[in-house]
Design a protein around this ligand. Structure first.
Ligand SMILES: O=S(=O)([O-])[S-]
Length: 153
């Protein structure tokens, strides 16, 4: 049996990470990498990095291939170029990144610390209407809320 942590650690052996401040500088150079947010729809709607494409992990494989209702042409076309996968804290993005690597994507990176780290580093976030999100509200939104019964025996 593998734990969540083990699965993420294994994924990170094939998916390099990029730090938020390095992504900020990377975005200043052309061509910019494709930013792919794989969080759930309500998470993306609440706040995301401006310009990021959204493909929840649950539909990632179909989004990354031609011929499906979920196909995202921009993502399929990025197979040979840089893709930075994004989630809240950098775990789901590692797992999703591994899937993309297995599907033949050549330059996949995972945003270390996710949108949470991006916000901590002063990166801009916007909501579903394109309004800028207050960094302090974002900080509160990203705070982990693990209930006692979720901690296990
Ligand atoms: O999976 S996660 O890093 O977004 S909490």
């Amino acid at each position: 049996m593998k734990t969540y942590e083990t699965l993420v650690a294994e994924a990170l052996t094939v998916v390099p990470e990029i730090l938020p401040w390095d992504l900020q500088s990377r975005l200043e150079q052309a061509p910019a990498p494709l930013l792919l947010d794989v969080r759930e729809p309500e998470e993306y709607a609440a706040m995301h990095i401006p310009g990021s494409l959204h493909a929840p992990r649950g539909i990632l494989e179909a989004a990354a291939q031609w011929g499906f209702e979920e196909t995202l042409p921009e993502l399929v076309r990025a197979r040979d170029s840089e893709v930075v996968v994004i989630c809240r804290s950098g775990r789901r993005s590692a797992l999703a990144g591994r899937t993309l690597v297995e599907m033949g994507f050549k330059q996949v990176q995972s945003l270390k610390m996710g949108v949470r780290g991006w916000n901590d580093d002063g990166g801009a976030l916007e909501d579903a209407d394109g309004n800028e999100v207050d960094p302090e509200l974002a900080d509160e939104y990203f705070r982990a809320r693990v209930r006692p019964e979720q901690m296990g025996p």
